[in-house]
Design a protein around this ligand. Sequence first.
Ligand SMILES: O=c1ccn([C@@H]2O[C@H](COP(=O)(O)O)[C@@H](O)[C@H]2O)c(=O)[nH]1
Ligand SMILES: [Zn+2]
Ligand SMILES: [Zn+2]
Length: 626
Amino acid sequence: CGGDDDGCYGPIDKVEHVRLVKRIQPGAPDAPYGPKGPLEWGQINFMHTTDTHGWLAGHLKEENYGADWGDFATFTRRMRQKADDLGVDFLLVDTGDLHDGAGLSDATTIDGTKSMPIFSEIEYDLLTIGNHELYVTEVAKQMFNEYAKKWGDRYLTSNVKVYNDATKQYEHVGATHRYFTTKQGIRIMAFGVLFDFTGNSNASQVIKAKDMVKETWFQDAIHTDKPVDLFVLLGHNPVRQTDYANTFTTVWNEIRSVHKNTPITIFGGHSHIRDFAVYDQASVGIEAGRYCETLGWVSQSGFSKCNSGYHGAKKPDGKKLTRKATDNSTAPWAYSRRYLDWNRNTFMYHTSSNKNFDSQTGLEITQEITTARKDMNLGEVYGCAPETYCISCVPFDDPKNIFPGVIKPAVNAIVLNDARKDKARMIIGNTGAIRFDLYKGPFTYDDNFVVSPFRDVFRYIPDVPFDKASQVLAKLNKGTVAKRDFASMPIARDDCVDPLIGALTLRDMHQERGIVRRQETITPGYATKDDWGTDGDDTEHTGIPNYSIPSYWESRAGFPTGSDPEKVDLIFFDFIEKYVLQDLGSGFTSDMVSCYINCTFTSQDFMLPYAKLKWQDNIDNCPIGA
Ligand SMILES: O=c1ccn([C@@H]2O[C@H](COP(=O)(O)O)[C@@H](O)[C@H]2O)c(=O)[nH]1
Ligand SMILES: [Zn+2]
Ligand SMILES: [Zn+2]
């Protein structure tokens, strides 16, 4: 086990490369199970990213999601070129949540200082803002002052304003909307709508969708005299209409009330799932998962000289799209959708690029990531985790679940105020603060942020009667704080083949050339079910078990043996302080709450000391395990 070549980490001084997993080379024997067939190109083609949360280095411990931002840059350039060759349109869209999930974005004093310049090297056509750009004032200002300016009218924040220190007013971060004509003549009106988010700092304002649609600029935009061939609705906003956070429907209804037949194509996010929802025969929406695991693909045809300004000449080798949004559609629009696994094998396959895949720009971006990771010591190993612990692949009380397996023992051991160490204590957190599974093997500085990226301060109320404190967890879990809907997370499914894709010929050709090499077994991963069924995943997977977990966890320490204490120190993240106080009930007020260790000790600070304390066995010879 001596470095990145054999798939293992070395000791600290050797871990300095971004490529902790092997680079997948064409035809390599361990290349992951590959895409099922070529993409169906339409007259307009979209690639979609969302909820990247700083994962620009790719998944260093999961080969199937191992491509980095440099590989992605190369892929997007090649796809754009391919679109030009086919004489069709290609638009690249991102729907926000750029921070909070990886060391590259979160290990700097202000989130994003290193990751955002790298993120913005991709030439997106349309972008919008996520809630994670609004929790922290400095981050909101960074978006307003730097990236909104850089992205100009491509950055659509229809219902989000940030306080401008110069004008002393709240102003839209980016543009409210964009009207533009594509290379091939499609005239688009686009909006970018964040769900009705309320957890933002006072540096920003989020206008509720129901109010936004009444605003003059919006009414003017949907009543424009200019011809609109296609509405594009992007948003950090779940596409599924039944999701508690969905406000696309409000905006969609307003557009539809004016434009009965104009197609509306939607790009969503926030719920971290792969999803595709059919709104009506002229409207579909896609959501491209999370954390640089998924790249969403939607293509659309049906534009003609009679119904649009389209003048493109789709070349005969592009496959004609035939799938309508609904079975009984009489509209001219046909679509395809696909969820691509984020790895080099996928990227090479879809660009038929074999050994020539890499581009100078892509390699330079990879190098920037490598340098940034090195400067930030992200590869530094703090311990050797003895097991893999997951958030939801086993039941919540299973020893291999990350909460009983790691988080509770870690806070019990590390979150301790010396002056109060003799007091019994209860620590309560929201499960949503723990963001990713922890893999057996080297636990790096980066992994600290991957597992627990937020700077949520541990606060407490001293000496809370145990009978009151012990009721809080159950009340929180019954309460109003919205729980993420995991309904369409990975599920097992039957084998399936998209009947409309004449894929095998080209695929076989690729296999002969060694671009894709199939493994004997299908690997675990996303097995998505959406409004069109189960044929959306570009690479088939067996699915991963997904157990529902409660919204909150609790851990107890320093309790007397065999009995309950009279009083406890009740410790919790400041992020949930409001709800804890509500559930404690009368007699408990915010002036009773103070920082537990100090006001800078946060949820970013307990995992590294725990790894140093508990996971030192095999530290110099620590293989990555399953
Ligand atoms: O300071 C924070 C901020 C957020 N959270 C958790 O994150 C989710 C929202 O994440 P999305 O990626 O937007 O879905 C929020 O519900 C919290 O669970 C946090 O714990 N601390
Ligand atoms: Zn997110
Ligand atoms: Zn979000």
